[in-house]
Design a protein around this ligand. Sequence first.
Ligand code: NAD
Length: 275
Amino acid sequence: MTPITEELESPKNTMHSKHVPLLKDKKIAVFGVANKWSIAWAITQSLAAAGAQIALTYMDERTEEKVRALSGTLQDPLVLPCDVTQDDQVDTVFGKIKHEFGKLDGVIHAIAFAKKEELEGSFLKTSREGFRLALDISAYSLIALARGAAPLMEGTEGSIVTLSYIGGERVIPNYNVMGVAKSALETCVRYLAAELGEKKIRVNAISAGPVSTLAARGISGFQTLLKHAEIKAPLRRNIEASDVGDTALYLCSPLARGVTGEVLYVDAGYNIIGA
Ligand code: NAD
């Protein structure tokens, strides 16, 4: 049997060599870093280690300081404000990225929000305003970012990646309106993938297992979810944020060139278990 090596010429193999970083010369915008525990930060580290130049955004002045401090570990980062509920800020961020980077090869959308009172107890209590806010920040924002990024991604065979959770498909206690938002988000992924495919832009979601972050700790009973996942998941462990980071790297790289419109589980296999 002929051993398969990097030297073998295959007409289908568009990768150059294992020594070329997967994301060399790629420019990627990451939305959703709040602190070092953020999944978006783990993703940033995976992308940067693979050679990507990163634009980081922060939501408000409270997060700016932390994001700027983290960005100090990156090479030539751009750091920009972006509250996704503000259309002018979304426009400005892509204007600045265009000016500084000239193009965009990837967008990471790792943003979600619901009021604390919507993430505990009865789903029937979900307020009209709480529903609107959760869906606006957690699902509509993907459309807004994709619309801003698409012109910069033309000709780059770019990749848009968002973060979902199994609570968008199954009932998870207290996840409530955020489950509805994740369902909407996953549907947005499919509609965006269908529309942007002709521009060779791919759109995918990672459905991550529970990770202890600022957002996750806002969900009532989150520690119970962590314990349950650790016991029930086939790999008998909870995931690390870096597991998600490396999957996002794959989705942003040419290795995933044939993958779009997908929801990819990074949950130690939890989703396959029925009982
Ligand atoms: P996190 O709190 O670190 O990140 C959430 C981010 O959303 C923060 O950076 C926050 O600043 C940002 N954000 C909120 N409102 C915003 C707004 N109006 N404009 C701009 N940014 C805004 O928590 P995380 O767990 O890393 O969350 C990242 C993503 O991962 C979310 O979509 C979350 O639902 C998803 N996710 C998390 C888990 C988990 O267990 N932690 C599991 C599956 C999916």
